[in-house]
Design a protein around this ligand. Sequence first.
Ligand code: UD1
Length: 361
Amino acid sequence: MKITLVAGARPNFMKIAPIIHAIKKSNAAHNSGIEYRLIHTGQHYDQKLSQYFFDDLNIPHPDANLEVGSGSHAVQTAKIMIAFEQELLANPCDYLLVVGDVNSTLACTLVAKKMGITVIHVEAGLRSYDLSMPEEINRMATDAIADIFFTTTPEAGYKLTKMGCDTDRIYFVGNVMIDSLISNLQRLQQPSVWKDLNLKGGDYYLMTLHRPSNVDEEKNLQQLIALLGEQAADKPILFPAHPRTQKQLQAIGLPDNVHMVEPMRYLEFIYMVKNAFAVLTDSGGIQEETTYLGVPCFTLRENTERPETITVGTNELIGTNPDHIIKAFKILKSGNWKKGKIPLLWDGHASNRIVEELLGM
Ligand code: UD1
């Protein structure tokens, strides 16, 4: 079986890593004969958003890097499509496996599907139904034409059936990102900023903000950070900032207790999540990582494609309304934040289940 694997942007790397490790394990143990080719589209190219993740997660050097770089959504998606078509013409495969919801996911799906290649989507069926988010468009369009769907929750499978997918093409396997988390828990590294800021376990907030809706309007970003800084006044907020957020922050003063740092390596970032008092974020994946680790999470968005992190886990959808933020801080500080549980099959074995299913195809 020849399979091409695609990874393009930071949130892809922790999803593709355990799948590669599971393929290698299966090939070594059972002579499974899965031939894979790993393609990096180059959507993310900064060392801090890309290479550090390859290093920390032991991802093999990609067989090809399409080096598409940044651009508008149309430019980036088109550049990936043009380069990926050449890649597939030169290196034909039976299956394309894509993960998540970034522009690389959709661009490569479109190309492969039109070339008659069977497309496998890992983390299929997530829906916020908010089409102002580019990721939602990527998720819906990918799922509309993919052939095989691996899901993180039963609800994601239900959403796929609602849009007409055959149930026998949907496999509830669990969460590959949590595979990465579990397999690296013993390898976490304390970042140097821990000592620099004299941080203590359970006594700081960790914050990430990079959604265009939160960071692109300078005034909104400033008001949001000022409010979060004020509400968290008794503790420092560590703020590893995405390049686009850093750009915006150049013109904005930060409250004294908000400490902006460069994007962190995977092993350092998860260390900081695990030991945080609470996490303030607009990320998708971090809602899942905090749920697994049992750390309170404020999602600073109006909707989520990951509802189990709320119904089962420690996440709450707070949005950006100041009244809601203030109320959430009150509950958190009173010690009454919900405890949460770990969703079904988030057990570190999702990638093994995926490989088992692949071998059966
Ligand atoms: C992408 C994903 C998003 C994910 C995020 C995580 C899409 C639509 N979005 O958003 O789902 O949560 O990654 O990081 O695919 N830039 C750099 N260095 C890089 C890459 C980007 O400085 O290596 C800067 C550029 O100015 C670029 C901007 O960040 O224009 C946005 O990058 P882009 O890849 O378009 O989207 P992200 O916001 O990173």
